[in-house]
Design a protein around this ligand. Structure first.
Ligand code: GLP
Length: 253
């Protein structure tokens, strides 16, 4: 089932998620962490880094990667994960994985699935949500049981991510992403969302029908999901009062 924790702002959400991750890490110092790019999870990484935990034995797997960028491009998710997550958290670079966009694309998806399996599966996967309800780069219409695959980015996603590039033209059109089925294999999921522009997607994902039109709605099928959303992102939820009353720790902030 999904626990929904509504926090006043993004930073409180980062602290709440970091606390959950630190608890898993204390039980399993070599945990397998699923990391997500995007702006929303950034406060998680900074809150976790501030705890100064030994994360050198942790393995990390990213959800997705752009295709068709030159190797080492600063906006490739390999570079972003290294800069924004691996370095601040003190992860061992050899244990940090992103789908290999430079490899033979016929092999890269299954190689990524094999690497996740070889690491023992993902213990906790952090997931953001796109304005169109995507998770990873599984855009509306994606199979809800899909595995890691090559996909095209939705026009909305390219526009949303254009802020990281000099122009819209430079945003890749293709990606390699964990499938929704791959994401659902993680033992635990933490969905984070912030801001009014995510409110419709959050409501559809948490309270709407499970549908390929909103890939994040597949999280309803997972037995252990914590959704940490700020007040703005929660503003279209019908049952917000109920979540506030049922929150496991009261106000997680
Ligand atoms: C990208 C990533 C997604 C992420 C989304 C939201 O499209 N591929 O995994 O969830 O951005 O990003 P933000 O948190 O910056 O809104």
């Amino acid at each position: 089932m999904t626990d929904v924790i509504i926090v006043p702002h993004l930073h409180a959400g980062g602290a709440a998620a970091a606390t959950l991750l630190a608890a898993v890490l204390s039980q399993k110092p070599d945990m397998v962490l699923g990391v997500a790019t995007g702006s929303t999870p950034l406060p998680i990484w900074s809150a976790l880094a501030a705890m100064r935990l030994d994360m050198s034995r942790v393995s990390a797997f990213a959800l997705d990667e752009y295709l068709d960028l030159p190797p080492g491009h600063p906006e490739s998710y390999a570079a972003v994960v290294h800069r924004e997550i691996a370095v601040p958290l003190g992860l061992n670079p050899r244990k940090v994985h992103t789908p290999d966009a430079q490899a033979d694309l016929r092999d890269a998806p299954s190689a990524y699935e094999s690497a996740i399996r070889a690491a023992g599966g993902i213990d906790v996967q952090v997931v953001g949500i796109g304005r169109n309800g995507h998770i990873g780069f599984n855009e509306p219409g994606s199979s809800l049981s899909g595995r890691t695959h090559i996909a095209n980015l939705a026009a909305q996603t390219r526009r949303d991510n254009a802020r990281f590039f000099e122009s819209l033209d430079q945003v890749p059109t293709r990606c390699i992403t964990q499938g929704v089925g791959t994401i659902l294999d993680a033992r635990r999921l933490i969905l984070v969302a912030s801001g009014r522009r995510k409110a419709d997607a959050v409501a559809a994902a948490l309270e709407g029908p499970v549908t390929a039109s909103v890939p994040a709605s597949a999280l309803q099928l997972h037995p252990d999901v914590v959704a940490i959303v700020d007040e703005d992102a929660a503003s279209r939820l019908s049952f917000a009062d109920h979540y506030r009353m049922s929150a496991p720790h009261g106000d997680a902030a």
